[in-house]
Design a protein around this ligand. Structure first.
Ligand code: HEM
Length: 417
């Protein structure tokens, strides 16, 4: 007879109702009270779709740092009873990407990616990013002269695609297509995507597949001094089959676009939103521009781009007092854990003086490879804004997409104060 391991103290329906509220535009406009409710239910609570939600900082940290906990890879996805949900084209595309691989494959693929943003690459990118910042801020300032302007569409949505596009050597005329494909692709990673969202995600996955097949073909024919050509060269030394080598370089190229756009867009707009929302913190920053790097980390703590990260139990174990079975999924609710009062003093205060630890870039073996680029963009943008547009005021309440995992702001209307 199977041992009875889990006796949930919290009714799943309570958690389902919390999620329903979290997944609305209203819930997204301020998820903090809902996260407080969630934490009050316990450190480990039953997830509405099976498995557990982890709400405490300490337990998220324990799981994230462990080399034993696994990610839901292709093998796990195909073994699920509701495998159709996990085997849509967009979901399978995600499953091939680095954060969805387990060792030893993860170790091999991560090594093939190289350092991505070493000192030399960052120094080169710094100049082009600084130029891009001045050009988008020129446009933004022109718009502000007319009244309220949308920081999101004019600045936050433009810079990341320019940085990654230039780094990968992609033409500027493709940037808007790449943004729209990545926005749609990430819908498949939401908790409860609707059939129409899944259809959009699948169409986007196909678009990205075709786009990067062409990029790989071109770079194979005429290699350059760019990361895609370097990944092809790296895989040629690891994989004798050229088609397989190209497929690996392809997966990496698709993933860095999907991983780097929405996330950095969210970081940039959140920094500005939180400063506009907390004018006393903006005053402090103007008086202490040395806090600019803190603002990046405090924003990644206060409202990270990714609010939930999945892991699978490596064997029967316990988290806190809760038994977790081998293969069971846990969702690390990092958006909630990063406001855990046992970890932070005054967690609901946005405070530019602190430089907090956080899961904004993940942790453990899957720690984000693009973190140096995202930080650089955030710091350069804030530094330039402090000089050019030091005071901004929200002119209307921001509007949010009804999503949970990947936060998405639709507009950020501001005026110069
Ligand atoms: C503010 C911007 C960014 C945020 C918030 C962010 C967040 C994250 C997070 C949370 C993870 C871990 C996922 C997990 O453990 O399941 C991750 C992994 C990753 N990110 Fe980022 N990311 C950002 C920008 C970028 C950029 C610009 C790139 C590349 C150009 C990038 C490339 C990657 C890669 C390759 C991984 C997988 C690492 C691995 O599994 O070994 N990210 N990112």
């Amino acid at each position: 007879m199977e041992p009875t391991l889990t006796i949930p103290a919290v009714d799943r329906r309570t958690v389902t109702s919390l999620f329903s509220r979290l997944r609305t535009r209203k819930g997204q406009s301020n998820p903090l009270p809902l996260y407080a409710e969630m934490r009050n239910l316990g450190d480990v609570i039953p997830s509405p779709w099976g498995g557990h939600l982890i709400t405490s900082y300490a337990l998220c940290d324990e799981v994230m740092r462990s080399r034993k906990w696994r990610v839901p890879d292709t093998q796990w996805r195909t073994s699920q009873h509701n495998s159709a949900r996990w085997n849509t084209p967009a979901s399978l595309q995600t499953a091939k990407s680095l954060p969805m691989l387990n060792p030893p494959l993860h170790t091999r693929v991560r090594r093939s990616a190289g350092k991505m943003f070493g000192r030399r690459t960052l120094a080169e990118l710094k100049e082009s990013i600084a130029r891009n910042i001045e050009s988008v801020l020129d446009q933004f300032e022109r718009n502000l002269l007319e009244g309220a302007a949308d920081f999101n569409s004019v600045v936050a949505n433009q810079l990341p695609v320019m940085s990654i596009g230039q780094w990968l050597g992609l033409p500027a005329s493709d940037y808007s297509l790449l943004r729209s494909l990545t926005n749609d692709q990430t819908l498949s990673q939401e908790f409860f995507p609707s059939p129409s969202q899944l259809a959009r995600a699948d169409a986007a996955a196909l678009g990205l597949q075709e786009y990067f097949t062409e990029v790989i073909r071109e770079r194979r024919e005429a290699p350059g001094d760019d990361p895609v050509s370097q990944w092809i060269a790296a895989w040629d030394t690891l994989e004798p089959d050229r088609e397989k080598a190209d497929a690996e370089a392809h997966s990496m190229a698709v993933f860095v676009i999907v991983a780097g756009l929405e996330t950095t867009e969210h970081l940039l707009s959140s920094m500005v939103r939180l400063l506009a929302h907390h004018p006393e913190q903006a005053d402090l920053l103007r008086a202490h521009p040395e806090y600019v790097p803190h603002v990046v980390d405090e924003t990644l703590r206060y409202d990270p781009a990714i609010h939930s990260i999945s892991r699978l139990a490596p064997h029967d174990t316990t988290l806190g007092d809760t038994p977790v079975r081998e293969g069971e999924m846990v969702q690390l609710m990092v958006g909630a854990a990063q406001h855990d009062p046992r970890q932070y003093t005054g967690p609901e205060n946005f405070d530019v003086r602190r430089r907090p630890s956080h899961f904004g870039f993940g942790g453990g073996i899957h720690y984000c490879l693009g973190a140096p680029l995202a930080r650089l963009e955030g710091e350069l943008l804030l530094t330039s804004m402090l000089k050019r547009i030091p005071r901004l005021r929200l002119s209307e309440l921001p509007s949010w997409e009804p999503r949970v995992s990947f936060r998405r702001l639709n507009h950020l209307m501001v005026t110069a104060a």
